[in-house]
Design a protein. Sequence first.
Length: 310
Amino acid sequence: MARIVISELMDEAAVADLARDHAVLYAPDLVDRRDELRAALAEAEALLVRNRTRVDAELLAAAPRLRVVGRLGVGLDNIDLDACRARGIEVHPATGANDVAVAEYVIGAILLLLRGAFAATPRVLEGAWPREASIGREAFGKRLGLVGFGRIGREVAARARALGMAMAAFDPLLPEDDPAWVGVERQVTLAGLLAASDVVSLHVPLTAETRGLLDAGAIAHMRPGAILINTARGPVVDTRAVAAALRSGRLGGAALDVFEEEPLSARAAAIFAGCPNLILTPHVAGITVESNARVSAMVAAAVRRVLEGG
């Protein structure tokens, strides 16, 4: 039986490194076979997951020997931390390892959505020449509002500043005298940030306080034509409200990488039909070839320390 079970995508080199010294079951699709996952955990001492594996009380009950959960990413909302703590199971996320990947995704989305011209490809291929309809906006001089100003938000700010954007952030958990605020306008209310921003990017964990944070009422505070980017967690945003705001023109564009239901079913995706200037991606903002290697190596090292007493 495997000592280490890996139920989602991991860098092959890190898997091979663990397999040199431990019995490893690496099955990236095991997350979709819950019964088989429970069975595989009967003798396991380590479980490595991304965001889709629900490490809840039921799963933990199937793993009586579990000592460590490695999270190949940073969000911990899919892991029952209280249950792990009660069992003495260590939880190790890959803090900081995918910050650059998410930040670059956000910057890319800002440029794509503001410019808008890239959506002209199908019409150009048809022989049309929608030049006037493809005239977009520049990032230079626009105000970027960051909801949450932790590690990833700061990486985004550093890159956006190089584009000539002005910075503002809302983060009630970050002390007013924190040096991170230097050069960044500190907004004391979410409504104030939304009203003052041309682009809003979300960088908060999913908690009881952040669930539904960007609902129809919040979106109504945003500047007409503003851009919204969500790489945080799906339930932070009311996607029906986003779709309605895109169709009405209240929002000038949106990029959503995360959803309340993942994978996004065709039924759930139907609410976005006909929405202009919309980018939907399958929760990949934090996953690049490079970040996957960093995340995997960091988590593999943490798991080794627990199992080998280092």
